[in-house]
Ligand binder design. Structure first.
Ligand SMILES: *Cc1c(COP(=O)(O)O)cnc(C)c1O
Length: 334
C-alpha cells in the first residue's frame, strides 16, 4: 500500500488519545470500553472529517486548485472543517448547505456549525432539501472556472477514495497504540454515514490481517444499503491504493437499528446515552452521529452481545458543536 507517498497536508494533531472509560465500563458491567478521541483531531473543534481532509486537500493542492467546492446538511460537521481547513491553507471555499432535517427553530437554523461556518472566510449558499446536489456542485465549479479560478469538488462528506485514505491511516495509528499500550481489543465500533470512516478502517485492519471485528452504527440508511455503500467505497479505494489483498463482503457489518425516525432527528436512546456518558465520564457526544452510535453500543452491551472478558474501542467521530444546534431538542432528564 502506497499511503505514505500520497499528497497530504497537515491539519491535525495526531495521534488522538485512546482513553479507558472506567465508570461507564463499571456501570454497564460488560466489556471494557475504550474511546479513540477523534473528536480531538485539533482542527476547529475536531472530528473525523479532519483526517479525510488531510488527503483531500493534499490532492487539491497538488492539482493547483484555489477554490474548494463542497456541500452538506445545514449542521454538517464536514463543511465546518472544510471551512477551517481552507482558511488555514489560504484557499477559497464555496459551500452549499441543504436544509434536510425538519427542525426549524432558531438554534438549529443559526447556532452550532451554522454559526461557526460564518467565522471563516467562506461563501455559503443555503438550499432547500431535495435539490439535485451533484448538479449544483457542477454549476458552482463551472462558475469558479468562468471567473478564472481552479475548483476542486469535495462531495459526500469527503467519502471518496482519497478521503478514505485518512481512515486507512487512522487504523494503522490505532493498531500502533494497541501495541504501545499493550491493549487487546476485540471490537471497534463507530458511527457511519457517508461511509469513508468505516471503509478506511476496514482496509487498514485488513492490511495488517487484524482479527478485530468492526461495526458501523448507522445514522441514516438501512443496513443493506449502508453496507453496500461502504463495501463499494472500500473496493474503489483499494483499487486506487494497489492493495494486494481482498475484503470479503461479510466483513462489512452495519447496524441501522438506532437511526430512529430519520437522519438528524433525536431519539430517546441517543438522548439517554448522551446524558449517561456526560455524567459518568465528563465526555460529550453529538446528537446526529456519535450519540446514536453510542446509544447503539450501550444497548448492544445491555443485550449481552459482548463478553465481559472482551474489550471495545469506540471511535468518537466528533460533532459536539451540534449540541448547541439541538439544545431545544434534547431533554436534560434521562
Ligand atoms: C460525518 C460524521 C460521521 C460519519 O462518518 P462517515 O465517514 O461519513 O461515515 C460520524 N460522526 C460525525 C460526528 C460526523 O460528522
Amino acid at each position: 500500500m502506497k499511503l505514505s507517498k500520497l499528497p497530504r497536508v497537515k491539519l491535525t494533531n495526531l495521534p488522538t488519545p485512546v482513553e479507558f472509560l472506567p465508570r461507564l465500563t463499571e456501570h454497564l458491567n460488560g466489556p471494557k470500553i475504550y474511546v479513540k478521541r477523534d473528536d480531538c483531531t485539533g482542527l476547529a473543534m475536531g472530528g473525523n472529517k479532519a483526517r479525510k481532509l488531510e488527503f483531500l486537500l493534499g490532492d487539491a493542492m497538488e492539482q493547483k486548485a484555489d477554490t474548494i467546492v463542497t456541500h452538506g446538511t445545514s449542521q454538517s460537521n464536514h463543511t465546518r472543517l472544510v471551512a477551517a481547513a481552507t482558511s488555514k491553507l489560504g484557499l477559497k471555499c464555496e459551500m452549499i448547505l441543504e436544509h434536510r432535517v425538519d427542525i426549524n427553530d432558531d438554534a438549529y437554523l443559526k447556532s452550532g456549525n451554522v454559526f461557526i461556518n460564518q467565522l471563516f472566510d467562506v461563501d455559503i449558499r443555503y438550499l432547500a432539501a431535495n435539490n439535485n446536489i451533484e448538479d449544483e456542485l457542477k454549476k458552482t465549479a463551472q462558475a469558479v472556472i468562468k471567473r478564472g479560478g481552479t475548483p476542486y469538488v469535495i462531495s459526500r462528506g469527503g467519502s471518496t477514495p482519497v478521503g478514505t485514505y485518512g481512515y486507512v491511516a487512522a487504523a494503522h495509528e490505532i493498531m500502533q497504540q494497541f501495541d504501545e499500550q499493550n491493549l487487546k481489543v476485540n471490537h471497534i465500533l463507530h458511527a457511519t454515514a457517508s461511509g469513508g470512516t468505516q471503509a478506511g478502517l476496514l482496509i487498514g485492519l485488513a492490511s495488517v490481517e487484524s482479527k478485530i471485528k468492526l461495526l458501523g452504527i448507522c445514522a441514516n440508511l438501512p443496513k443493506e444499503a449502508q453496507e453496500e455503500r461502504v463495501y463499494n467505497l472500500a473496493l474503489e479505494t483499494m483499487a486506487r491504493l494497489d492493495c494486494g489483498f481482498n475484503i470479503e463482503r461479510e466483513y462489512v457489518v452495519v447496524n441501522s437499528n438506532y437511526v430512529g425516525e430519520a437522519y438528524g432527528l433525536p431519539t430517546k436512546k441517543m438522548n439517554d446515552a448522551l446524558l449517561l456518558v456526560a455524567r459518568l465520564e465528563g465526555l460529550l457526544f453529538d446528537p446526529v452521529y456519535s450519540g446514536k452510535a453510542l446509544a447503539g453500543m450501550i444497548d448492544l452491551i445491555e443485550q449481552g452481545k459482548f463478553g465481559k472478558d472482551e474489550s471495545i474501542l469506540f471511535v468518537h467521530t466528533g460533532g459536539e458543536p451540534g449540541l448547541f444546534a439541538y439544545q431545544n431538542q434534547l431533554s436534560l432528564k434521562s
